[in-house]
Design a protein around this ligand. Structure first.
Ligand SMILES: [Zn+2]
Ligand SMILES: [Zn+2]
Ligand SMILES: [Zn+2]
Length: 225
């Protein structure tokens, strides 16, 4: 966090250096990016990502879409537009935030990412990979998580609605929002995330979207006056 002197922000441990939330999913024949966050360029360079078959958007908050401009490089490498999937609200947010990209009056050229927006109405194929959207509540806003095979990514959620639990059976790996220990209006706290993780019952659950509030770990030394 900018301007913060807490132990997490001053830490030299690489695990305490967190960029904005996004994941890259690679199946046998398809490369999927979930969200285009403001750190997209640094993340794509660090992990040598060279091809994207589709981008799945969870919702339109700034920390999930403000890397859109970096997608231009993939347009150039792949010589074509990029397929972007999201719910109606998210696609509206993208059209609004990046109005110049979708304004026919903007001169065409290398300065614009070329995006084809597809509204999600249910399970769909991205490339040759089947993707199941998982409706979530992010505070009062309905957003989407995604399931691909036995893997699910549920970021930015404060509640999993009844209709989504059946979509989460038999998971090998679940990645789940767990912002911090204290409750938060739009994200799971650690307790809420632990309860949801137990109920989903994936073989392995990883927490994500953590803030800089400290979590306990082996070897932690705490000084109390
Ligand atoms: Zn801090
Ligand atoms: Zn959000
Ligand atoms: Zn977020």
């Amino acid at each position: 966090m900018i301007g913060c002197d807490c132990a997490t922000c001053r830490s030299r441990d690489a695990h305490d250096r967190r960029l904005r939330p996004s994941i890259f999913i690679q199946t046998a024949d398809t490369n999927l990016l979930v969200d285009a966050d403001p750190d997209l360029r640094a993340q794509a360079l660090a992990h040598d990502i060279r091809r994207l078959d589709a981008i799945l958007f969870t919702h339109g908050h700034a920390d999930h879409i403000l890397g859109m401009d970096d997608l231009r490089r993939f347009n150039a490498m792949q010589k074509g537009p990029l397929a972007c999937f999201g719910d109606a609200h998210t696609l509206d947010d993208i059209r609004h935030t990046f109005g110049y990209v979708f304004d026919p009056a903007t001169p065409k050229g290398g300065g614009l990412p070329r995006l084809e927006l597809f509204r999600i109405m249910g399970a769909f194929c991205a490339g040759r990979t089947e993707v199941t959207p998982v409706p979530l509540w992010h505070g009062k806003r309905a957003i989407l998580g995604y399931r691909v095979g036995a893997f699910a990514y549920l970021t930015d959620c404060s509640r999993i609605p009844d209709e989504s639990w059946p979509l989460l059976g038999g998971l090998e790996v679940l990645v789940l929002d767990a912002l911090r220990e204290r409750p938060h209006p739009t994200h799971f706290s650690l307790d809420e995330a632990s309860d949801a993780a137990s109920r989903v019952g994936a073989r392995q659950t990883y927490f994500t979207h953590m803030c800089h509030d400290p979590l306990a770990y082996d070897g932690l030394v705490i000084h109390v006056q």
